[in-house]
Design a protein around this ligand. Structure first.
Ligand code: GAR
Length: 212
């Protein structure tokens, strides 16, 4: 049988913790359902559990502890050098809990995605699920968006709604949202590499073509 050609859609994944979104992306790639290749996983946290998962999946990992750099930009330059050296074309933040410097955003302009567990622009920042419950919304969900230099901001690529149930606490809601996140992130990455996405101001066009 002819060997399958390695995908040219090289991604770098940035994590700070558990890494379940990263794992979902890696699983989708190895199942042949996402035309991409993970070139590198970078964590700013040496103890991130996701590092072990990445290694188990045979993906190179790198720890760049932010505490070892004087400035945010200095830290981000180290990440950019490593990602650039591996030919990364798309950077996916998967539970990466640090703001990126304007320098990094410009270096990878239009090529950095993030996932967040709320329907942005509602409930950015930490504890998004708790924020949603406390605000009394009936519907929350998750968002994949291009990253700018503010927290959980930037043009929205895809969203998925999840109902908030009467007996939800932040953990039960987070678990149901997380299930949706895994699929949503893979769909957004596929759309990016499909090449039809167009950013027009705050809007990302090409995700939802009109069907007449
Ligand atoms: C996910 O719920 C992700 O949406 C969230 O952190 C979790 C990481 O889980 N990200 C943010 O809140 C970004 N502001 P994971 O490590 O299992 O993918």
């Amino acid at each position: 049988m002819p060997e399958k050609k390695a995908s040219k859609n090289l991604i770098g994944i940035l994590i700070s913790g558990r890494g379940s979104n990263m794992r979902a992306i890696l699983d989708r790639i190895s199942a042949g359902d996402l035309d991409a290749r993970a070139a590198l996983v970078v964590s700013n946290e040496p103890k991130a559990a996701g590092l072990l998962l990445a290694r188990e999946c045979g993906v190179p990992t790198l720890v760049i502890d932010h505490r070892d750099s004087l400035t945010r930009e200095e830290h981000d330059r180290k990440m950019a050098d490593a990602l650039g050296a591996r030919g990364v074309r798309l950077v996916c933040l998967a539970g990466y809990m640090r703001l990126l410097s304007p320098w990094f955003i410009e270096r990878f302009e239009g090529r950095v995605l993030n996932i967040h567990p709320s329907l942005l622009p509602s409930f950015p920042g930490r504890d998004a699920q708790r924020q949603a419950i406390e605000a009394g919304v009936k519907i929350s969900g998750c968002t994949v968006h291009f990253v700018d230099d503010r927290v959980d901001s930037g043009p929205i690529v895809l969203q998925e709604a999840v109902p908030v149930l009467d007996d939800d606490d932040p953990d039960t809601l987070a678990a149901r949202i997380l299930e949706k996140e895994h699929d949503l992130y893979c769909r957004a990455i596929a759309l990016h590499f499909y090449g039809r996405l167009r950013v027009a101001g705050r809007r990302v066009l090409g995700t939802n073509p009109r069907v007449d």
